[in-house]
Design a protein around this ligand. Structure first.
Ligand code: SF4
Length: 405
């Protein structure tokens, strides 16, 4: 059985990270997953990411036990199930953080920061907690759905980032230190470039890391970017995977088809889906989701502009033409035979199959597409039987087309 050995190290790193949030040694900033974490870290905050907790609630399949609690408080069961699961978990004081990491519950925030570059939902979600914990909240609201990100948009975001400084200074009790900020951006850049290389090892025909493995190994790049720990982890993981490529060791040797996953993971069904694809000879080698934490524009010599640009240029914040260009490039780079779109019921923002893009992209690239319906956390919106049938039929057709083609 194929095993990525670094997994144990990654679990230890994530355990230490979660436990560090409760020691009281550092003040805690909550941040959206593609928010200005580097700026917050430069003030000495430990940074906690509620979306990561949402994913944990999904992966442990505890989300559905707690979502009704949020619904009772007025949050629709049809909005982002990270939001409803996280709020419900807090209201019920039930979280896998207790069982898995021995924590008391949600770590108490000293400051909350959000960036609506991904969606407006995070704003409502984070305001709920700012009120609960009676703590300061700062928001970045960049222009959205951009085909091109010009200096005008970057300037706007830089201005908003800079408005965070007085609040961060007051809460942290530290003056802003440009050198510290630069250093954090450098560490973040180095880790994110390593993460990019990790993902690109699967351009090899015998790919060493699947999309499903990627959703696990991305933990440190989400929660620990800007730290030496993240950089060291991806140095080690990359060395292991490059070795595997050199020795022709991969997670599915002789894969018959190579698949791209578009959209959110279905957290509670990762194992089932991973087994389904491999048992049908299909290697899911790339995704928009795992690539979302590649910020290759970071530059410690230009920390404000480069972070503002990198966080505004993310896939989810782009117009259709820009998205299609990025997907077309990935298809070529990873030798993709077919793309699966996860049309997520409660994440409108990260679902790209609602307005005809799969059809238009297929016309341009010739890469066949399948849309499956589901959700990131709320499995009531996922029909397992129906999805298995659709995926198996799609994979069979891909193989037939390859033989005929
Ligand atoms: S991008 Fe989607 S899943 Fe993520 S917070 Fe926004 S609505 Fe929720």
């Amino acid at each position: 059985m194929y095993v990525i050995k670094s997994t144990e190290k990654m679990k230890a790193i994530m355990g230490n990270y979660f436990r560090s949030l409760e020691t009281g040694e550092k003040k805690v900033a909550w941040c959206t997953s593609v928010g200005p974490a580097e700026l917050l870290r430069s003030f000495g905050f430990e940074v906690y990411f509620p979306e990561n907790h949402g994913a944990l609630l999904g992966a442990t399949r505890t989300a559905m036990d707690v979502i009704p609690e949020a619904v009772k408080s007025g949050y629709s069961g049809h909005v982002c199930s990270y939001t409803t699961a996280d709020i419900g978990s807090y209201l019920r004081n039930e979280t896998p953080l207790k069982k898995h990491y021995g924590m008391k519950g949600h770590p108490k925030p000293d400051i909350i920061a959000f960036n609506t570059n991904q969606c407006r939902e995070v704003q409502d979600w984070f305001y709920f907690f700012a009120k609960e914990f009676n703590c300061p909240i700062v928001g970045i609201t960049p222009p959205r759905y951009l085909e091109e990100v010009t200096q005008k948009e970057v300037d706007l975001v830089v201005e908003q980032f800079k408005r965070m400084i007085p609040v961060c200074e007051q809460v942290s009790g530290r003056k802003f230190d440009e050198e510290k900020f630069k250093e954090t951006v450098r560490l973040s850049k180095e880790a994110t470039l390593l993460w990019q290389k990790v993902l690109k090892t699967s351009t090899a025909m015998n790919a060493p890391i699947s999309f499903f493995d990627g959703t696990i190994h991305m933990g440190p790049i989400v929660v620990l970017r800007g730290t030496q720990v993240a950089k060291d982890y991806y140095t080690e993981l990359l060395a292991e995977l490059e070795d595997n490529v050199k020795n022709n060791v991969g997670f599915l040797p002789n894969a018959r088809t190579r698949i791209f996953w578009e959209g959110m993971p279905i957290w509670g069904k990762l194992r089932m889906l991973s087994d389904l694809f491999t048992s049908n000879g299909a290697a899911v080698v790339a995704s928009t989701y795992c690539s979302s934490w590649v910020f290759d524009k970071f530059d410690e010599n230009d920390p404000w502009n480069s972070t503002a640009r990198a966080y505004t240029e993310i896939f989810i914040n782009r117009g259709e033409k820009a998205k299609m260009k990025m997907l077309s490039d990935w298809f070529k780079e990873y030798h993709i035979d077919g793309i699966i779109y996860h049309d997520s019921k409660t994440c409108f923002n990260n679902s790209n199959a609602k307005f005809g893009m799969p059809q238009r992209l297929k016309e341009i690239t010739g890469v066949p597409a399948l849309v499956i319906e589901g959700d990131l956390c709320d499995l009531r919106f996922f029909s397992e039987g129906q999805s298995i049938t659709k995926i198996e039929t799609f994979l069979e057709q891909l193989e037939e087309n390859k033989v005929l083609g």
